[in-house]
Design a protein. Sequence first.
Length: 420
Amino acid sequence: MTREECTLAIEGLSGQIDKYAELLVRKGLCVREGQEVVVQAPVECADFARRVVRLAYREGAGHVTVIWGDDAMARLEYENVPLEHFRHTPTWKVEQLNSLAEAGACFLFIEGSDPSALDGIDPAKPAAAAHARNTECLSFRNGMDFGKNVWCIAGAPVEAWARKVFPDCAPYEAVYRLWLAILKVARADGLDPQLDWETHNAAFEKNKGFLNDMAFDRLHYTSKNGTDLTLGLNAKGIWEGGAGRTVDGTVFFPNIPTEEVFTTPARTRVDGIVYSAMPLVHAGQIVDDFWLRFEGGRVVEYDAARGREVLRHIIETDENAAYLGECALVPKESPIHQSGLLFYNTLFDENAACHLALGFGFDECVKGFENMTKEELYEIGVNDAGNHTDFMIGSDDLSIDGVDEHGNVHPIFRNGTWAF
């Protein structure tokens, strides 16, 4: 396609992109009259961010705060500022995020970045920055963890990302193709994306119902690549997925797209070895072809063909970063898997395959979490750490068995998809 053809094609998508923005504002954020709305977006996505802001005000938002990000500026900071600076979040940023959360804001995070933006940067720096933000911006983090604030993560193209996904295309054509891919896998390419998401959510309810009714004690993962992992589940644990719900009853979609049903494992009951099925993009750096071995819940050995130092910094972020906080089930029929694309972005790639996450767990995956403290949740098995890093393990031949409290084995996944 020529530049002119791509320009016209993207203009032709404008109406569908507006529907996507409406999906994020109405289903992702469920903006209420007079509410503060926060939009975090790359500067390169300014046009799409303006669409979102315009729709948020149309839905009754009292005020919209936009927080801009830029890969090049982030790289300059990491190149020129010493590690010690990143061990603490600037006071103004802590005040900004905490005060917005305490005011009841809803948060939209528009994902769009160069997967290789921080190649060559000391991985200790972005790891320290993420840890500081998660441990110092407590009202912000707890507001989302404990169901006080609505939040949604979604994607929009930037050129460097598009060129990574479509390396054989000219930059302008790559951006157009990435828009098409995002709209399709986000189920936002139809006549009524909001209705499509209601239908999509019904499937989540069915799968969650089965898993919660079975109340498995543990899961056993196996695949031909060498994965042989036993993962214990919390006695009070529940499976979540699809729509979320705040403590005041607001229903929202925290991830668009999403294909996963997930829970929080028992932090000390994970044993065995697991191999990655897809690359992990972490803070602008890539980890690929890696494996982790667990004993008593903790990573005790690991290696990677690419990005081993990045993996080391993830695991060593703090004393609990080497434990799991999430296990998620995603069938290979998901639109992202079926697209055949590697997005080099966790939001998308984690919804192409079953995955696990190192770091903090999800409080909402425990019955009665609203009436429990962080310490109490930790005691019953919910990991508490300064990071949360998803990595994909869902090979096409992956099998998962659920084992109940009596030792009975029930197939959950066979050959990468639901067995029930």
